[in-house]
Design a protein around this ligand. Structure first.
Ligand SMILES: NC(=O)c1ccc[n+]([C@@H]2O[C@H](COP(=O)([O-])OP(=O)(O)OC[C@H]3O[C@@H](n4cnc5c(N)ncnc54)[C@H](OP(=O)(O)O)[C@@H]3O)[C@@H](O)[C@H]2O)c1
Length: 271
């Protein structure tokens, strides 16, 4: 695939999982990459796996004050930004009753406000160019409420709403917007998830372990982006069927999710 030849693709959350796999896949497809997340050493490891030109640009998406200078650097690197893939994110494993407000706020800082802040700074560059493609890695949890992820589901629903609304505003300026809806993908997402007090869950969930590989996921995403799809659903488990079931029979999905709450609570400490 060479659809992305000479395209400048900025990926956040590029140090691990889906972001890492996207970086490798985009580089094979001819793109020039800007790799961002907090961990510079891990970004450099990912850079070493990529072909072609790339720029490691460490960025904490919660550090809004640092963003203008980083966006300037990213823009100056090749004089354009063709894609911004808002992929950085953290998940949650804790019941509502046991989740501190500070943890909810942190989830929203990373999963919502960080993506909005960066998008707002990159959008004027794309408008000036007369082209560009914005994407966000939301989740099945951005379409369906999932137990022990009240904050995460809320954040991912917020991103669906934000980017669907943004699409309506920028379509006439030739800017494309894609929401990505992964199911269970085999990454560090559950290990890096936060529990109620904000500390790390540090467990690899069975669903994640049995999920689609990050490389397979990245291939599906690249094919969808190449076709300018507004929505890309990617995964291979029963959770993908729940997406259309929710539209047609929402009550069935609410019941299934509640049953899942009891199963998950029985298997774990969090109730
Ligand atoms: N895996 C799944 O099953 C699944 C399903 C649906 C949606 N998703 C979404 O996919 C995206 C990627 O997750 P993943 O599965 O690849 O998990 P992952 O392996 O844990 O990767 C998460 C990435 O986000 C970065 N990140 C976390 N906090 C950040 C911050 N404050 N600033 C900048 N970067 C930050 C991490 O890098 P640093 O630690 O270096 O900052 C890492 O590169 C997330 O948005 C996640 O919600 C995943």
């Amino acid at each position: 695939m060479t659809q992305f030849n000479h395209q400048v693709v900025w990926i956040t959350g590029a140090s691990s999982g889906i972001g890492e796999a996207l970086a490798v896949a985009f580089s094979k497809a001819g793109a020039k990459l800007i790799l961002s997340s907090r961990n510079q050493a891990e970004l450099e490891r990912v850079q070493s796996l990529c072909q072609g030109e790339s720029l490691v640009l460490p960025l904490d998406v919660t550090d809004e004050a640092a963003m203008p200078a980083l966006v300037k650097r990213a823009h100056e690197w090749q004089g354009k930004i063709d894609f911004l893939i808002n992929n950085a994110g953290i998940s949650q494993r804790s019941s509502c009753l046991k989740t501190d407000m500070s943890t909810y706020r942190h989830l929203f800082e990373v999963d919502v406000f960080g993506q909005i802040a960066l998008t707002k700074l990159v959008l004027p560059i794309m408008i000036e160019q007369g082209s560009g493609h914005l994407a966000v890695t939301s989740s099945v949890a951005g379409k369906i409420g999932v137990p022990f992820r009240t904050g995460y589901s809320a954040a991912k629903h917020a991103m669906m709403g934000f980017f669907d609304a943004l699409r309506t505003e920028v379509a006439h300026q030739s800017i494309k917007v894609t929401t990505i809806t992964p199911g269970y993908i085999r990454t560090n997402i559950s290990a890096n998830a936060v529990v109620g007090d904000g500390s790390a869950y540090a467990v690899e969930d069975t669903d994640i372990r049995k999920g689609m590989s990050a490389n397979e996921c990245a291939d599906v995403i690249l094919k969808g982006l190449a076709k300018h799809k507004p929505e890309i659903a990617v995964g291979r488990g029963a959770e993908m069927h729940a997406l259309w079931l929710k539209r047609l029979f929402p009550k069935v999905v609410f019941k299934m999710a509640a049953k899942r709450f009891h199963q998950t609570a029985a298997e774990n400490d969090f109730k």
